[in-house]
Design a protein around this ligand. Sequence first.
Ligand code: ATP
Ligand code: MG
Length: 328
Amino acid sequence: MKKRLLTGLQPSGELTIGNYCGGIKQVVNYQDEYDTFLFVPDMHSITVPQDPDTLHRRVREIVGMYLACGVSGTENHIYVQSEIPEHANLSWILECNSYMGEMSRMTQFKAKTEGKKEIGCGLFTYPILMAADILIYNANYVPTGADQKQHVELARNLAQRFNSKYGETFVVPEPLIPEVGAKIRDLLDPTKKMSKSAENPRASVFLTDPEKTIRKKIMGAVTDSGEGVVFDEENKPGVSNLLTIYASFSGCTIPEAEKHFEGARYGDLKKEVAEVLVVFLTDLQDRFAEIMKSGIVDETLDSGRDRARAIAAQTYDLARRRVGLGRV
Ligand code: ATP
Ligand code: MG
């Protein structure tokens, strides 16, 4: 039997090139090798306020984008998290086996709540729901960007704890972090990661950005003092980020990208980065527009939901018996 791979993209904003590099690209590369589960974690998105109509629209668009990027809708399981209630059911069981201490250590919780007065409980417990998303399919591998490594680590801990307390139930998952593109940085503040829910849209390139906007954003990216196009994340985070984007979208390594730009100026680097993005994204956008006009997104989601739910229901049933819920 093929090993299982699982990943998700929240419908919390327009997808960025960071989401492509950390999530979608890996799925495209691995989908033949693994039995793949791709889901839209809409329940995670309501940990912060969302407009209901926008959320509905984005769920479909994310699936359209997966398909446009070359992910197969029939070979893989593509589904919406909230349409499979066993995720939330398992999350509750796991929550009752998690500790306040370990949850308080999550760096993303700290980053997302910094300076906020009212902090929703969902933001605090969200990594437990993410653990349920993974464990309910007994996924072996979870492709993500570097930002999600700690959450996959929590899922591992919860699986191990549950297995030793109640008997072997869950596969212990492993993260798959790409060598290039694990952390695409914010164009205006390269000390932060690029995020689809960031406040300033000029900080991110979205997969749906028109050509002009892409060029403008890349030309406006913050670079570093000095000159020389070299990869040095500590001293030249802005230039390193542009090199990473170039390498990810032209399919070369970082040293190859550095060699390509030997002797170049920052302006030359920016022009070429913008060019590779424009070529890649305009082609992607044409395919996306075709897909959104067809009925394929809903067909994919109906079939994905039915196939995924059958697996989720089995795992949940085993877990609830292990802890003594319901009737035997
Ligand atoms: P949000 O701001 O709403 O949290 P996000 O951009 O962080 O959005 P997520 O839906 O949380 O996106 O994550 C989807 C996938 O994209 C995950 O696999 C995550 O690791 C990856 N990812 C997110 N940001 C980046 C980034 N800047 N570089 C590489 N991978 C990323
Ligand atoms: Mg995120």
